[in-house]
Design a protein around this ligand. Structure first.
Ligand SMILES: Nc1ncnc2c1ncn2[C@@H]1O[C@H](COP(=O)(O)OP(=O)(O)OP(=O)(O)O)[C@@H](O)[C@H]1O
Ligand SMILES: [Mg+2]
Length: 256
């Protein structure tokens, strides 16, 4: 490490090395991302993770949405991680290892209000102290936006790539392109685009995202009110509904 480097920069590099070491048993780390909120990132991350598990892979699911970590609600998980000793152990829910920043805070409904440097520190500490062991895939659910949360993950986690989630509308496409360009600027590849809440046919807006980011459309997941019913019950759609499983199965086959 060059001697003249600023100490805070040296700390970031050292933390990145520790995180790399901690995650060295994971073969593939894939982020699920979009700068736009509410397009179905968490839904996509959860269902891709459980589809991979159903196909026989060892899978982990990391909720790295530090502002509104609600992945646990989609899974019906209310348990906390034991923070009295390190490393932190993910919980196992229906065959998938799960860790969320929500499992660290006492009261999920309280707003989490942190400034940039605290977000970076908190996520870094979380990543370097969680024991995932050996996994084929770690699927990471990100918060929307292009600021501190997603940026920290892009800088610290050395991802294999991102899946960009969009909906058929033009406004989602504009923000999706922004998300993909941010990832690419940070040297992370975009594995493909998923059109969620789809009408069936892939929209031209989704095709435009893929072409702007020089990637492919992985497939579509139809708009279906049963997603809301399952999430309210804390049940994973691909474990409950064969038609939904087949839609995710096609997406997953395009990336494995
Ligand atoms: N294909 C779908 N059809 C119908 N509803 C869906 C579909 N996918 C997701 N939803 C619903 O849309 C809502 C938003 O989904 P989700 O929380 O996954 O989005 P998000 O992009 O992670 O949001 P945020 O930006 O807040 O993190 C949820 O109520 C979810 O159940
Ligand atoms: Mg989400």
């Amino acid at each position: 490490m060059p001697e003249q480097m600023h100490p805070s920069f040296v700390n970031v590099i050292r933390q990145k090395e520790r995180v790399k070491e901690k995650l060295s048993g994971i073969k593939h780390k894939i982020g699920v991302y979009s700068a736009k909120g509410g397009v179905g990132k968490t839904t996509t991350a959860v269902n891709i993770a459980y589809t991979l598990m159903k196909k026989g892979f060892k899978v982990g699911l990391l909720d790295a949405d530090i502002d509104c970590p609600n992945l646990t609600m989609f899974l019906g998980v209310t348990e906390k991680m034991d923070t009295s000793k390190l490393p932190l152990e993910p919980l196992v829910k229906d065959g998938v290892k799960v860790a969320s920043t929500a499992m660290l805070v006492d009261e999920v409904k309280k707003p989490i209000i942190w400034r940039g440097p605290i977000i970076t520190k908190m996520l870094g500490d979380f990543f370097e102290n969680t024991n995932w062991g050996e996994l084929d895939y770690l699927i990471i659910d990100l918060s929307p936006g292009t600021s501190d949360g997603p940026l920290t993950i892009m800088q610290l986690l050395q991802l294999d790539g991102f899946i960009i989630v969009t909906t058929p509308q033009k406004i989602a496409a504009t923000n999706s392109i922004r998300s993909g360009l941010m990832a690419k600027r940070l040297g992370i590849s975009v594995l493909g685009v998923v059109e969620n809440m789809s009408g069936g046919m892939i929209s031209k807006n989704t095709e435009e995202i893929a072409s702007a980011l020089q990637t492919e459309v992985l497939g579509a997941v139809k708009m279906d009110s049963s997603f809301n019913t399952f999430s309210d019950m804390g049940k994973v759609p691909v474990l409950e509904n064969e038609d939904i499983y087949l839609q995710y199965s096609r997406l997953v086959d395009a990336i494995v």
